[in-house]
Design a protein around this ligand. Sequence first.
Ligand code: DP6
Length: 359
Amino acid sequence: MNKERIREEASYTARGQPNIAFVKYWGKRDERLILPYNSSVSMTLDPSINTTTSVMFSEKFKEDTLYINRDRQDISGGEAKERFALINTLRELAHTDAKALIVSENNFPTASGLASSASGIATLAYAAAEALGLELSEKELSIIARQGSGSACRSILGGIVVWHRGEKPDGSDSFAEQVVNEGYWEELRDVVAIVSTDKKRVSSRAGMKQTVATSLLYRIRPQIAEEYAGVAIDAVKNKDFGRLAETIMRDSSNMHAVMLDTYPPIVYLNDVSVRVMYAIYELNKAEGRNVAAYTFDAGANAHIITLEKDAERVEEALDGIEGISRILKLHQGGGPVLLGSEKSLISNEILDSLYQARS
Ligand code: DP6
C-alpha cells in the first residue's frame, strides 16, 4: 500500500462500536430526519466488536463510493442512499462538492445479527467530519449520525447514553447525550448469546414503519417507553440494578409486543430466544432478585445485561440451551476514536480503480 499517496489525499480512519438499547427506539415521527416517537437509552459496547472506517474526499472522484467488508455497495437508491445522505449534510457544512470514498470493515460477521448499522454509521459520521476538517461537538455529530440511522446517534458517545426524542420539527433537539461515562458503573456487562445467523426478514427501517402504520398497540408505546427511559436513567445514576433489569426486560417485551401487533405481524424472536428468556427468569427467581436482564433488538440474538460478579452465573444458565452458537461477554466502551494513518483501509488498488473510472 502506498501510504504517501493516501496521506496526500488525506484519508481519515476511525473505529467505533455498536450499542445495546436498554429502552428501545422503534418508530419515527419524521422519516427523513429520523426523529423518534420516544427517547431511548443505551450502553455503548467495548471495542472487541467494532467497525473501522476510512474516509477520503477528493475532487478527482466521479461519485461517492462505499466498500463494506471489501465489497463495493450500491448506494444509488433505497435504504443505502437514505443512510448516506448524511455525507451531503457534512459536505454542505464544509462547503465542498468533493466526492467521498468510504471503506468500512466490521470485525464481527455482518450476518451474525449484531448491530452493524449503528457502529458503521457513527464511525462514518465521525471519520467524515474529521476528513472534512469540521470541528463538530458530540451533540452536532450525534444529530448528523442520527440522519443515517437512528440508533447510530447513541454510538457517538461512550458509557450510558440517552437519545432525547426532542419536539422540534427540524430535529435540532433530538440528539444523544451521555448519562454517565463508561467508568461510572464499570461492572455492567452485556453477555451476548448468538442464536441465529439468518439475515433479518424485515429490516428495522421497514419494520418500524409498518408498526407505526398498522399497530393499534403502538398508540401507547411512545408514552410507556418515555416513562421507561426516565426510570432507566434514574436506575443507572443510582446503580440500582434490580430496577434497571426490570425496566430493560419490560421494554424489550413491550417493543416485541408492538412488532407482533403489526399487520402483517413481525416476529424477530425464535424458540431459542424464548428459552433464553425463561432461563433468565428462572435464574432471577432462584437468586430471589434480578441479577440479569434479557433484551432483544430486531433479531433473535439475546443480550443479557448483568454485573461482572454475576456474569459467570448467567453464562452457566445459558450453557445448556441448545441453539446458542456463541457467547460473548462485552464491557462498556467509549465513542469513536481516530486511528493513525497506518490503519487506513484505503488501498492503492481501490484508488486506482476510482481514478481509472474517471479518466
Ligand atoms: C430494535 O437505528 O437500525 O435496534 O433509524 O431506520 O436506521 P433506522 O433504524 P435502526 O433501529 C434500531 C432498532 C432497535 C432498537 C434500538 O437500538 O433502539
